[in-house]
Design a protein around this ligand. Structure first.
Ligand code: FES
Length: 64
């Protein structure tokens, strides 16, 4: 699924950048070798960053 149409970034590209340390949308763009254009994808990228940072439900279950 494409997340950023302007830069042809798919969800896999964004998640890879997050795994490589991107913690802000601008870091994701930089990690993918591009820059924000229209900015329409920023909220989606932020959601992916936050969802990757949150512990998974399975991890919470194991910790209990
Ligand atoms: S859709 Fe990502 S910058 Fe336009």
């Amino acid at each position: 699924m494409y997340v950023c149409i302007c830069n042809a970034l798919c969800e896999r590209d964004v998640r890879r950048a997050i795994r490589d340390g991107a913690s802000r949308p601008r870091d994701v763009y930089a990690g993918c070798g591009c820059n924000a254009q229209c900015g329409c994808c920023t909220a989606t990228i932020l959601h992916l960053i936050r969802s990757d940072a949150a512990p998974s439900p399975l991890a919470r279950t194991v910790q209990q």
